[in-house]
Design a protein around this ligand. Structure first.
Ligand code: ACM
Ligand code: ZN
Length: 617
């Protein structure tokens, strides 16, 4: 029997397959994230063993490095590596993995697996790299293990043709509210690459710390990396830890990271915030401010602060000099200039800023912001680079060549696309990974929410109100990781995963969204993340209980669970729910002071935690 289009035609079988135990049987199923464009599963499998050879049609360093990524995984998980040779040296019929240039578009690949060999066709290094990422996901999940595994390295026979939906598939990381070291940044990039995410938006400057070494302004890191303490709990607590906090990246470290990312086909988009969120820089060089305050200090909690760059010459000289070093470090054509949340308080009170408004016939401080950004854009364009900024760069008129990162919902993105500017969709709160992903009652502190995995998965970044011509200006998506409440790498990974997998799929996959199918693939994907030691959130297996307001005396209760094929069972008497407890089928009503306790059960087994929610009027 030919198992053609298995993934799309036999959903019932797929649900059942989610429960298949680990091992060789797994090779019968293709579960790749992000979902490839065309998948045809064929009969049989290819077995990768010590006798397998990687043959490169183009044996230059790029492809040798790509083959090296496979060997890196195999050396840990399989205890052997494969020889890498030029294809012209291959004997007829030799069992191998062949990388061949078939002139495909950038990032596209064609992967064909038969019992006698694997062929990855590409047109560019990125295509070859993404073909390899898919091949890794066709192997047993144990290939991602850090220890030697005793499984048979089988790959299901198949034919996969794949190419991305969007050219910009991004993940952002704020390293200012909290700082993360070079090893973690590299790991973050590795995980992005595994999901075919190709833009790392590195948020390097903020009110709470300046993290990038700039040789011409050493104070930025000598002093600006530091804040004297950090708020404990929420930003409203008013209680501080009294411990100085700092960290920055030297230029040498940045060069190393940029190279590391490029090897994995990830472009780094550096962000230098202006005109707002600039308090750390102003604390080092107060002459860059409007000069209205007694002192300027790096912020110790998240906020929107009135101390912003003044619109005077010194500021532009400073920012242009900073940008010159940024251009030296980052080859990306696109640089992020921030532009968000710039209060106009200081500009309103500043003689110089008011003078600029008058001199250039500007209407107000919003037009002054636009004037500021346009002036920086002219400089940045003159160096052959382009700017992207948060929505607020639309205020007072968009700079002529700017791209927009739409975070305040979709409105800014829609407006920019209608004006024929390219847009990356990062809408808050749908793509904000600092928001809760499960019931806030039982989750660590977060910025708000919740934004559940399904909400993130379901989001479509191409607004229907746009015409097809305007829709073409939506160039991609990005997940935002603001680290207000993420003091450690473990917390970042917990908040980012698995939701980032959903964003990656929206960025890459052209196939129609299918939640059931996604959850099935994701549950298998967890084994890969386990192998890599990613401490993702496991709310996927827990019931999500919601109370909806009705009268003061009652609530309407709904429950859901992400894990495919799971049922929810619950109690209202405080006892532990089991398979024998009431099964949740429809929303129901509870009265004051009732406790709902629920658990997800699949095939007779509990699969997650008991969740509890109490109505206390
Ligand atoms: C933002 O979240 N302030 C872009
Ligand atoms: Zn000023």
């Amino acid at each position: 029997m030919k198992l053609r289009f298995l993934l799309f035609s036999v959903p019932a079988l797929i649900i059942a397959s989610c429960a298949v135990p680990s091992g060789d049987v797994e090779a019968n199923f293709i579960r790749v994230i992000p979902q490839p464009q065309h998948v045809r599963q064929d009969e049989g499998s290819f077995t990768l063993d010590k006798g397998t050879v990687v043959f490169l049609q183009e044996a230059d360093s790029q492809y040798v490095r790509i083959a090296g990524f496979l060997n890196e995984k195999l050396s840990k998980a399989a205890g052997f590596t494969l020889p890498v040779r030029e294809e012209k040296s291959a004997e007829e019929g030799r069992k191998g993995i062949y990388f061949r240039n078939a002139g495909l578009p950038d990032e596209a690949y064609h992967l064909n697996v038969t019992p006698s060999g694997i062929v990855i066709e590409y047109g560019t290094g990125a295509g070859a790299f993404y073909g390899l990422q898919t091949l890794l996901q066709l192997l047993p999940a144990e290939v991602f293990s850090q220890e030697k595994e005793s499984v048979k390295w089988v790959v299901p026979c198949c034919d996969i043709e794949d190419a991305p939906r969007f050219k910009y598939r991004g993940m952002h990381l704020d390293v200012c509210l909290h700082f993360f070291d070079v090893d973690f940044i590299k790991r973050y990039i590795d995980l992005m690459a595994l999901h075919k995410v190709n833009r790392f938006h590195w948020h390097l400057t903020e009110d709470q710390g300046w993290r990038l070494e700039i040789k011409r302004y050493p104070l930025l890191t000598e002093k600006g990396q530091w804040r004297k303490e950090t708020v404990i709990g929420s930003l409203k607590s008013g209680i501080y830890d009294g411990k100085p906090y700092g960290g920055y990246y030297s230029q040498e470290e940045v060069r190393d990271i940029v190279r590391y990312a490029a090897d994995r086909f990830v472009t780094i988009i550096p962000e230098i915030e202006m005109p707002g969120h600039a308090l750390a820089a102003i604390a080092c060089y107060p002459e860059l401010s409007c000069g209205l305050e007694e002192t300027y200090e790096t912020a110790t909690r998240w906020g929107i602060f009135r101390q912003v760059y003044c619109t005077k010459e010194e500021t532009f000289t400073f920012l242009e000099n900073v940008m010159d070093e940024v251009f030296e470090l980052f080859p990306s054509k696109l640089v992020h200039i921030g532009g968000d949340e710039c209060p106009k308080t200081s500009w309103k009170a500043c003689e110089h800023c008011q003078g600029v408004i008058k001199k250039f016939g500007l209407k107000d401080e919003f037009e002054l912001q636009s004037w500021f950004i346009q002036r920086m854009e002219r400089y940045i364009n003159s160096k052959g680079r382009e700017i992207i900024g948060w929505d607020e760069i639309l205020q007072g008129g968009l700079a002529p060549n700017a791209k927009v990162m739409s975070w305040l919902g979709e409105e800014g993105g829609i407006k920019a696309a209608q004006q024929h500017h390219e847009v990356v969709m990062t809408p808050y709160p749908k793509y904000y990974l600092d928001y809760w992903q499960a019931d806030p009652d039982s989750e660590p502190l977060a910025m708000g929410g919740p934004t559940l995995l399904k909400t993130m998965y379901d989001y479509d970044p191409v607004p229907e109100v746009l015409t097809p011509e305007e829709q073409a200006y939506i160039i991609g998506v990005e997940g935002c990781v603001w680290t207000e409440y993420m003091p450690s790498p473990a917390r970042v990974e917990y908040m980012a995963y698995p939701r980032m997998c959903a964003i990656a799929e929206t960025g890459w996959s052209k196939t129609e969204k299918d939640w059931e199918d996604f959850t099935c693939r994701l549950e298998h994907h967890f084994k890969r993340l386990d192998g890599l030691g990613v401490g993702y959130c496991k709310a996927f297996f827990d019931p999500y209980i919601e109370f909806h307001d009705d009268t003061p005396y009652n609530k309407v209760v709904t429950m859901s669970v992400d894990a495919p094929g799971a049922e929810i069972h619950y109690t209202l008497d405080g006892s532990d729910p089991t398979e024998q407890s009431e099964r949740y089928e429809l929303p129901f009503v509870i009265n004051r002071s009732q406790k709902v306790r629920a658990v997800a059960i699949r095939n007779g087994n509990r699969i997650g935690n008991i969740k509890e929610k109490i109505f206390r009027p």
